[in-house]
Design a protein around this ligand. Sequence first.
Ligand code: FAD
Length: 296
Amino acid sequence: MKIIDLLHQRPTLSFEIFPPKNHDGDISSIYNTIDELAKLKPDFISVTYGAGGSTTENTVEIASKIKNDYNIEAVAHLSCIDATPKQLTRIINSLKTNNIENILALRGDYPKGYDPVNAPHYYKYASELNEFISKNYPDTFCLSGACYPEVHQDAVSLEEDLQALKKKVDAGAEYLITQIFFDNNYYYRLVREARIRGINVPIIAGIMPATNSKSLLNIAKLSGCNIPYNLSAMIERFKNNPYAMKEVGLNYATYQIIDLITNGVDGIHLYTMNKPEIAKEILLRTNNIFAEFIND
Ligand code: FAD
């Protein structure tokens, strides 16, 4: 099933996982994670993609299992920076053969040591990957893209970022998933400004329950997202107590989700960090909120 058809029915609930990075190449631990996530009955699970190397194959393998063994819709992430048309064709053919109908088409993070100005490349932006897939695989995949409530780090302004986002949607992205944010006002601003510019596709909110102060600060730094004063005060107060920090992270994410659903969000995408217990805790706190829509 194509995710856009689910999004037309109700706010979706989805999870993001990443292929485990084990030195011996064994990825079997991810199936314990998926076993637990599957019990929570998400609308879809997305699998991240690391450019180059064996992890690209792992994305296809894990997404295929989610779709064909667990019977849950899978979204395979795919990035184009550093890729050749031949490599992309091989991976996309493999997704098609494995019945994967949904691709999150990304530029991707620059690989270590990558020189974005001088390195030879076929593709510079995610919109070009959307064009490649739309042209070579018409009506085969439901494509989606990433978007940034607090503006992508390479963009000089919100306006420039939104113009780029419009190109991505015009090139085939049927819905968008946001980068993490801890202040819902940035999400509401993105939706408002996108609509003004004719970007009318569903925008799913990416939420990360931040249950560990160190990783929270690290991820906020890497993704360039702000930590609101009330959250940073809680982190400062409880950072040395992992149990209290866990409660802070779970309750903060729960509040964000309830506020977003109250205000008509198109979907919630949980960055699970491969920790099913975190997703489970969030669902315990929001089950009745999501049930409202299922019973409608
Ligand atoms: P783009 O949409 O190409 O945008 C990149 C920059 O270029 C932006 O500043 C944009 O404003 C600008 N731009 C875009 N198009 C144009 C244009 N036509 N003209 C001028 N400027 C333009 N990374 C991974 O490596 N693997 C993953 O699995 C992965 N999953 C992700 C999932 C989500 C939900 C999100 C939000 C991010 C994910 N990322 C992943 C990170 C992402 O690859 C990086 O944020 C990357 O830096 C940008 O990717 P993009 O697809 O948004 O790029």
